[in-house]
Design a protein around this ligand. Structure first.
Ligand code: 13P
Ligand code: SF4
Length: 314
């Protein structure tokens, strides 16, 4: 975010005043710009944000994240106003699994007599969630997979990399949907190995949305909340090479100033910022609170998605 400090302070004041007027609460994912995380009442990973959204008592939620996250918050709060500063803030994982294509594939598996349950990563549309038996995040996936009966195959959508990682962890066969995160897929494994070589004492941590070749050379694999817990467990000053969205560094540095965090670069660029998360800015947060739009509306598939989300995440 390239704002002058004066402009940033002025926007902070406007947003604080509007939050009071609207009785609004701000939730922000760890992949949001630090200037946004700074003024959110709640920051978290996908699981924490979904759980916190279910507990909100304020009538208005400003969701600083991407569309599927705000949609989940709305599904859990049908009567509240859920604002997303930019409605086009999508997700390449959610886009990679359109509901009609999933339905067709499920019908084909059933026609072949295959007994399966569909386990879907939260990074998906409500229509896809409605077609699923379970929703997982990087934080609760192991626990949910244990709930799938042993005589059922697991159709895992939409993230092939997280799916493969879980398949190895749980030693159960998965049918993998071939989606991926555009941010985690472009980390340079060569640069990652170079960072490790330059500092052999460093510790490399990676998100399970990264491809297998990255995970194989990492010291720790976990979602954003798990990474925070892992780093928090290291008392001595340590250098961490971080293979996840670059704004996560802000949260690490704020909580653990004794450590050093080095972002693993992408193949074609120095940074790894999610272009969808980057659509939320202090300006459009101010605007959405001022104008009470764009808002997530209710859609018919939300009813079925709600049941799946509640039994999986709450
Ligand atoms: P978590 O924060 O749940 O690990 O999710 C990462 C992500 O890619 C969110 O879009
Ligand atoms: Fe989607 Fe990847 Fe962006 Fe997360 S970082 S919102 S998974 S595109």
């Amino acid at each position: 975010m390239t704002l002058t400090l004066d402009k940033q302070v002025a926007l902070y004041e406007e947003i604080a005043e509007l939050k009071k007027q609207r009785k609004a609460i701000m939730l922000a994912h760890y992949y949001q710009d630090g200037a946004i995380q700074e003024i959110a009442e709640i920051t978290g990973d996908s699981l924490k944000l979904a759980r916190e959204a279910a507990k909100v008592t304020d009538p208005v939620i400003v969701f600083c994240g991407v569309h599927f996250m705000a949609e989940t918050a709305k599904i859990l709060n049908p009567k509240k106003t859920v604002l997303l500063p930019d409605l086009t803030a999508g997700c390449s994982l959610a886009d990679s699994c359109p509901a009609p294509a999933l339905k067709k594939f499920q019908d084909e598996l059933r026609a072949q007599g295959i007994r399966f349950q569909t386990v879907t990563y939260i990074n998906s549309t409500a229509a896809v969630k409605a077609l699923s038996d379970w929703i997982v995040t990087s934080s609760n996936a192991r626990e949910i997979i244990d709930r799938v009966p042993k005589d059922c195959q697991i159709l895992f959508t939409p993230d092939q990399h997280l799916g493969r990682f879980l398949m190895e962890e749980t030693k159960r066969p998965f049918i993998l949907w071939k989606g991926s995160c555009m941010v985690h897929e472009v980390f340079s494994v060569v640069d990652m190995i170079r960072l490790k070589k330059q500092n052999p004492q460093s510790v490399t941590i990676a998100h399970p949305e990264c491809p297998q070749n990255m995970l194989q050379v990492s010291d720790f694999v976990g979602g954003t909340e798990a990474m925070l817990k892992f780093v928090g467990g290291k008392p001595n000053p340590t250098t961490f090479n971080v293979a996840t969205e670059v704004n996560m560094i802000w949260q690490f540095e704020k909580r653990f100033p004794q450590h050093t965090f080095v972002p693993v670069p992408g193949i074609a660029c120095a940074c790894n910022a999610c272009p969808h998360m980057a659509k939320n800015t202090l300006e459009n947060i101010r605007n959405c609170l001022r104008d009470m739009t764009p808002e997530i509306g209710w859609a018919p598939e939300f009813n079925q998605a709600e049941a799946v989300i509640r039994r999986s995440l709450l």
